[in-house]
Unconditional design. Sequence first.
Length: 135
Amino acid sequence: MKVDGQCHCGAITYEAEVEPDTIQVCYCADCQRLSGTAFRANVFAPAEHFRLLTGEPRKYIKTGSSGAKRVHAFCGDCGGPVYSSAVEQPKSYTLRVGALNQRHELGRPRRQIWVKRRLAWVPRIEAAEEIDGQP
Ligand SMILES: [Zn+2]
Ligand SMILES: [Zn+2]
């Protein structure tokens, strides 16, 4: 389905194509730190349909515990997340479900990763595959 999204201040807008019911919830320490909350909900958008419409995000290169580098794009004015992707020639963009205007129509999470880092008070999401660490 076609989706569009924006940062909080609206300077950065974008559109993409995503599959409904393919949300991935991540409980890893990086997602907790970068989102400021207990988990992050993502959906994957093939690069060929992802298009920035307005604005130019700032980019932070995150180095994970595995050594893998990811680009984290965000709004330099409001700090709102835009996407994460591979550093070189991304094949897909990982979009933040809460930033998409169609977030209520996107369906359910299909998978949860880094479940071993899930905070004890976070309820389990039934019917979404659980993976302890990085798939
Ligand atoms: Zn903004
Ligand atoms: Zn994560």
